[in-house]
Design a protein around this ligand. Structure first.
Ligand code: UDP
Length: 327
């Protein structure tokens, strides 16, 4: 199989590239390096089945050529990270909506299968846990920047499903819950790499709000395996799937675990949401996926538990700190 991965140098995209190569497939990765990083794919550059293009998917002639050369498109290129979304809403909305429009339109010309990666953010403020795919989406008002991300991703889902229903383009929609692991960086707000970095460098660990909010963290290796398996299943076409872990942890507890596993002297401090993000910021108290639909179709563990996940991020960041630098 020849797979095009948009956002192929990103955190999840680079792991998916690696995984597909291991399975014997050809990978074409495209990334504009806006949030992706060339370092993520350095080890793949010499692989005979790996091809990469540094460009934006908004460059239609280039993207068209890549779509034509592949059998399936994994569309991961997007603006991600709550911090980035709050700080750059125009970029978030435009990248997420235009990018997906382009991919679907191009894929439709030759009916290439497209796997869309959406997000658990689309469940918004829903209170009924666990979140399952047919639940209502409960989003906040348009003057609160955070919701633009969920809304842009919901539009992507609508568009993908519309292409399936109206034009018979084979699409699979996935909603990724909190996905973590090596290569994820804290610059765009993600909590685990942020805590690990803070703990390893001995600075204050910043828990936003009172830390009682909880998340379920899945390791990226489990997530990319699920993406691949879904792409292989005929029955997945035209459907939406949650992908994530069901192991829930409060953010304060996560900070404590990271602190203890790194034997850090860092102090855990509480930062009000208004200061961490923006005035009136709304966070979700809990977010747990119902993964029964996913598990009814593919074999899915997930294999890694929270301790193993945290350890993998600590090992990765320790190696980075110990690596020799040019300066
Ligand atoms: N968070 C935190 N400290 C940080 C970064 C994030 O307490 O330095 C919190 C954030 O407010 C949220 C949770 O950790 O409640 C998960 O944040 P992340 O951005 O990783 O993912 P989200 O679930 O918000 O998409």
């Amino acid at each position: 199989m020849k797979a095009l991965i948009t956002g192929g140098a990103g955190f999840i995209g680079s792991h998916l590239s690696e995984y597909l190569l291991e399975q014997g497939h050809q990978v074409f990765a495209v990334d504009d390096l806006s949030t992706g990083n060339i370092e993520n794919i350095l080890q793949l550059k010499t692989h005979p089945h790996f091809h990469y293009t540094i460009d934006t998917i908004m460059n239609v002639p280039v993207t068209a050529e890549l779509v034509d050369r592949c059998d399936v498109v994994f569309h991961l290129a997007a603006a991600v990270g709550v911090k980035l979304i709050v700080e750059s809403p125009v970029r978030t909305i435009e990248t997420n909506i235009k990018g997906t429009e382009i991919i679907l339109e191009l894929a439709n010309k030759k009916k290439k299968k497209v796997l869309i990666t959406s997000t658990s953010e689309v469940y918004g403020k829903g209170k009924q846990l666990p979140f399952s795919e047919a639940d209502d989406l409960v989003l906040g008002p348009t003057h609160k920047g955070r919701w633009s991300y969920a809304c842009s991703k919901a539009i992507d889902e609508f568009l993908a499903l519309a292409y399936w229903h109206e034009k018979r383009l084979p699409v699979v929609v996935t909603r990724l819950f909190n996905t973590v692991g090596p290569r994820q960086i804290g610059r765009y707000g993600m909590v685990l790499p942020t805590f690990v970095k803070q703990a390893l460098s001995g600075v204050e660990m910043t828990v936003f709000g009172d830390g009682s909010q909880a998340r379920c963290f899945a390791h990226v290796s489990d997530v990319v395996e699920a993406l691949y398996r879904l792409s292989e299943k005929e029955e997945a076409v035209g459907q939406v799937f949650n992908i994530g872990s069901k192991e829930e942890c409060t953010i304060l507890n996560l900070a404590e675990k990271v602190k203890s596993m790194t034997a850090s002297q860092s102090k855990i401090v509480f930062v009000p949401y208004d200061k961490a993000y923006e005035e009136g910021f709304e966070d979700m108290p809990r977010r747990v996926p119902d993964i029964s639909r996913l598990q009814s179709l593919i074999e899915y563990g997930p294999a890694k538990n929270l301790e193993q996940i945290i350890q993998s991020v600590i090992d990765y960041q320790r190696a980075l700190l110990e690596a020799p630098t040019d300066t």
